[in-house]
Structure formats: structure tokens, C-alpha cells
Design a protein around this ligand. Sequence first.
Ligand SMILES: [Zn+2]
Length: 245
Amino acid sequence: MPATLKTDAIVLRSIRYGEADRVLHLYTPAHGRLSAIAKGSRRAHSRFGGRLEPFFRLTTILHEGRSELRTVTSAATLAGHPRLREHAGSLDAAARACDAVGRLFETEDPHPGVYHLLANELALLDDDPAGATLSNQLAFRLKLLLAAGLAPALDACASCGEQADLVAFSPAAGGIVCGACEAASFALDPAAYSFMVGALGASLAAAPAAPMRALRQVERAITELAEHHAQVRLRAAGSVLSAPG
Ligand SMILES: [Zn+2]
């Protein structure tokens, strides 16, 4: 007998399919990333209404058929995040957050922390569209790397264990390195180091500020860590710092 799965889910992507359907990429607390088809959802008067758009957090019932693609049989809104959609900067940050989750966590392995982190990020962007800063996006990505087991080593030189003279970042070594181990690394300002330590130790809403130069170094560290250790290419973090209109 076919099984049904009731699960909360965040819509990462919503792809038009056929004449009237959508294929959804969903991120769930206990089943990772799932794909599901919502038949007839693009028809006028569809029972799904406008709920199957990206960034909606839903309670869904999914029917497991013979193929890998499940079928959405019901969807109720937990959070639609309407304010987030009114500002280009927060919309863009939300899209990049969903994209990063989809790329780093593309299987059905459960990562409930990732689900809650993404739900938290979308709620923050909806509460305050001006919060779509580069530091917010980088703090989010650092926490994603942590959940993926790729958090940068920041306690000591990732190559030799030295605890002083930590002046550079090596994606290959997986963290900060000392002056003697600088090969294949790039310079890291003290402010960039402080940002990473602060962002990993604080809640997402309390991400620290840092100068743009330091934030760009942090972005490079995150991007190259994901490439080197997960073979995942993340889109550049948005540099549009939106002011609410
Ligand atoms: Zn070293």
C-alpha cells in the first residue's frame, strides 16, 4: 500500500512542469531535501492557492508513489513571509539561502538543524527586510557549513597546531593557518577572524558587524571551503544592502 508522509517543509524551488503542474524542491526537518509534484497547482482556483511558491513554510501531506517523485496531496501555510517579498534585498537573500541549502544538503538525510536554521533566516528576513545584510548572509552560511561538518577550524593553525601568528586562511587545510603554513592560503584580517568566531558563537539574529574587506575574506573562506571539501559551488552572497522602501 502506498505510504503517505506528513511533514513540515520549506519550499526551496518551485518549477513549472507540464501544462498545469509544479515540481517542488522541499526542505524538511526529518527527511532532508525531497522533490514532489503538485498536480494542477497552476490552474486558476487550484486548491493549493499561492502557497507553493519559494520561501513558504508549510505543513504538507505527501503521497509516496512508485517513482522518486512524491505527490503533494495537501499543503497548509505555517508562514508565508509576505514582507520578505516586498524588498529586492530580502528576496534575494532568501533565494540565496534556499539555494545554498539545496546545494549543500541535496539528499534525504535528516538535518533538522538545517531546517530550523533556514526557517529562522526566512523569519528574520520577513521581520526586518533591512536585515538582509552581507554579514547576515555570511553568518547563515557559516552555520550551514557547521551543520555540514565543514566549519572552519579557528582554534589553532589548521596545518600545524600553532596557536599564535594566525594570519591566513587555507581552504585546503580547512581553517586558519599560521605564518609558517601560509602556502595555498590567503591573508585573513583579524576582523575577519573575529567575525567567524562571533558568528558561529552567536544566534543568527546577533551576527556581528565587520568591515566590508573582512566580510569579503570571510565570503572567500566559506566559498572555497565548500568547493574544496564538498565540491559545492555556492552562488556569491548578495552585495545589495537593501533599505526598506
Ligand atoms: Zn601552522
